[in-house]
Design a protein around this ligand. Structure first.
Ligand code: NAP
Length: 484
């Protein structure tokens, strides 16, 4: 079940949220600590207007909420609301036991969600505490803070550890916790919290639209094929917006989830536990995954980096779709020899795929990089020439300039890696950066009349190939249908 946390500062704001988002969710949580003022009769009246089950919560500051008054006042306000309002659940903290509240909840048929919050870590006695709460006939809720993929693995092991419990809620806050929110059913949680767009109630809360329509979190079940992307950072990735809509279009029971990963080895254990079918790999793990692959394609071997991992019956297979995704927009120009000389700016991970793809298509390549030694190393390996980013005379005869450095990327989108270079107008500029959509360098090239190829084109092309590698199916969406 999806539970919308009402984050409005007034009941009027919450009323609007309820009206707009009700079709997306199964229940609501009213956070009275977020209200500008706590007016008991008005809140009680509001609670009676909510047609779906409603959780009453008043979170203290130390648990990540906004309530500043004493525990005594809080108990009194909660008691009045349990008496006069209409709530299905009340969320009370583990260290806040008040028999008058418990009795009143029982008399009125209101279930107690007994929560504990750890805003710094995942406590080692997590499951014992939850078990203890459940034995009292209450619903345990653990909102903890993972700071490693190993912690995330612990949270997903709840389903096994707590299999005797009929209902509980477990989740991690922050970016690490995003998979525990999307795949809440695989943690065994009976609900997951969502926020209104742009008003997250807690760190890592996803919005109702994304959870319902992009991730279809409430439809995940034991037969759902799980895919995802691993990286660090990873939450900015556009890939969920390429893959998830394609599953939906084909009516596939599948979901694509971002996983923040610090340690690849532990992620493979999580992949086993969740039965993950395939995943994309981004910075800094494209090399780190290699030791775990049972089979790799020729490109992965040559480039030494892998951005796509798929489970093939008995082993993980590594593919590099950056290579083909990069080639797609220029393939015919390379084959028709309209592009014969290229300059590649940068010699990081993506430059490796780019240079190899160009060299394998008989294109002569010069690599220019800030750290010249790195350019020289890649150039020696691939049979290219090299230089520094200031050696602009080396660009003069190029048919194609491929920009692979991170210079010009958000938030530094005012930067240009070759500021002093004057475009002739007949070169093709291929920019790998996709955020912003048009970098400063692209704007200069466009003004000079150059043909532009954007990072989005490559991202889309490599994503489509990844989808086809994962599923064996043809990507079903048109260009206009892939919005990221
Ligand atoms: P990477 O391995 O970290 O390499 C970064 C490159 O940028 C290195 O050559 C580095 O030079 C250079 N660089 C960084 N800061 C610089 C600065 N201030 N001045 C000059 N050069 C600088 O990163 P990557 O994986 O290759 O990714 C690079 C870019 O490509 C990112 O924007 C990424 O989003 C984009 N990308 C796009 C796609 C797509 O599908 N469109 C796919 C992959 C990557 P040094 O060697 O001197 O450090």
């Amino acid at each position: 079940m999806l539970c919308l946390t009402m984050t409005g500062r007034t009941l009027e704001e919450n009323l609007k949220l309820k009206e707009n988002l009700s079709p997306l969710v199964d229940l609501f949580e009213l956070r009275i600590d977020l209200l500008e003022s706590i007016d008991i009769p008005q809140i009680a009246e509001f609670s009676r207007s909510v047609e779906k089950p409603l959780i009453l919560t008043c979170r203290r500051e130390r648990d990540g909420g906004a309530y500043k008054r004493t525990d005594r006042t809080r108990a009194s306000q909660l008691a009045q609301l349990l008496e006069s309002g209409r709530f299905s659940y009340v969320d009370l903290e583990e260290d806040f036991r008040r028999s008058e509240l418990e009795q009143r909840a029982q008399q009125r048929g209101i279930e107690i969600i007994r929560s504990f919050h750890d805003t710094a870590s995942v406590p080692s006695d997590l499951f014992t505490r939850m078990d203890r709460i459940a034995r009292r006939g209450e619903i345990p809720k653990a909102a903890v803070t993972a700071d490693s993929i190993s912690n995330v693995l612990t949270i997903f092991s709840a389903r096994q550890q707590l299999k005797e419990l009929s209902r509980y809620i477990i989740l991690s806050m922050g970016d690490w916790g995003v998979p525990t929110r999307i795949l809440y059913k695989l943690t065994g949680s009976f609900l997951t919290y969502v926020s209104p767009e742009g008003m997250p109630a807690a760190s890592g809360h996803l919005d109702a639209q994304a959870m319902k329509h992009l991730f279809r979190a409430d439809q995940v079940d034991d037969r759902t094929k799980i895919y995802g992307i691993i990286g660090n950072p990873v939450m900015h990735s556009a890939s969920p917006k390429i893959h998830n809509p394609a599953y939906m279009k084909l009516g596939m029971n599948a979901v694509y989830v971002p996983f923040l990963v610090d340690d690849v080895r532990t992620f493979f254990s999580l992949a086993d536990l969740l039965g993950i079918s395939g995943f994309s790999v981004t910075v800094p793990h494209k090399q780190h995954v290699l030791p775990y692959l049972g089979k790799i394609t020729r490109e992965v071997k040559q480039i030494g980096s892998c951005n796509t991992v798929v489970w093939e019956r008995e082993y993980w297979k590594g593919v590099n779709t950056d290579y083909y995704g990069f080639l797609k927009p220029i393939y015919e120009d390379l084959e028709g020899e309209r592009i014969k000389k290229a300059v590649v700016l940068g010699s990081g991970g993506s430059a490796r795929s780019v240079v190899w793809a160009l060299r394998n298509h008989q294109c002569s390549v010069t690599i220019l990089n800030r750290t010249v030694e790195k350019a020289a190393r890649l150039a020696r390996e691939t049979g290219a020439s090299w230089g520094g980013l200031d050696e602009l005379e080396k660009i003069r005869e190029a048919d194609l300039i491929v920009q692979t450095t991170s210079v010009g990327m958000i938030p530094n989108d005012g930067q240009d890696p070759i500021e002093a270079y004057q475009f002739r107008g007949d070169e093709v500029l291929y920019e790998l950066i996709y955020a912003p959509e048009k970098t400063k360098l692209m704007k200069r090239a466009e003004a000079a009349g150059c043909r532009l190829i954007s990072g989005k084109e490559m991202l889309r092309a490599q994503g489509i190939l990844q989808f086809e590698t994962f599923t064996g199916l043809t990507f079903p969406l048109s260009e206009a249908e892939v919005v990221f």
